[in-house]
Design a protein. Structure first.
Length: 137
């Protein structure tokens, strides 16, 4: 269940709804977030399907309350927060891989989610390191 919540209620997922402030040149950062969200939606669906198959249902999962303070903030700032959140998600997924040691299908999905999360972190760090090209002129 933690793997599902990590994918389904991530900070990038929240930012899709929060409509962060974007300036000129923010297209690369927005594209990266959209890519991450698309990957996470697909992975959440796959994990959800496995949960339904094994347990018959998925419990409702909400976004962390701390995310509600992130409305209307600049995307450049939020990318830095997203890097930190991605690091936490990776640590959670490492634990999920360990917890799923006895279930090959669950372990495989968790390992795949972990690999994608690491790749997403690399992309986010690259954007933050480059200033994401979002400096206003």
């Amino acid at each position: 269940m933690r793997a599902f919540a990590t994918q389904y209620r991530s900070l990038p997922m929240y930012l899709v709804y929060a409509a962060p402030y974007t300036g000129r040149g923010s297209e690369p950062a927005l594209a990266a977030l959209r890519h991450i969200v698309a990957d996470q939606e697909q992975m959440a669906q796959r994990i959800g399907d496995l949960l339904v198959q094994n347990f018959g249902r998925i419990e409702s999962v909400g976004f962390p309350m701390e995310y509600t303070a992130l409305h209307d903030l600049a995307l450049e700032y939020l990318l830095k927060r997203t890097v930190a959140a991605q690091g936490r998600d990776i640590r959670t997924l490492v634990g999920c891989v360990a917890d799923a040691a006895e279930d090959a299908a669950a372990r495989s999905l968790c390992e795949e989610a972990l690999g994608a999360a690491r790749g997403h972190l690399d992309s986010l760090e690259e954007l933050v390191g480059a200033g994401a090209g979002m400096r206003q002129s």
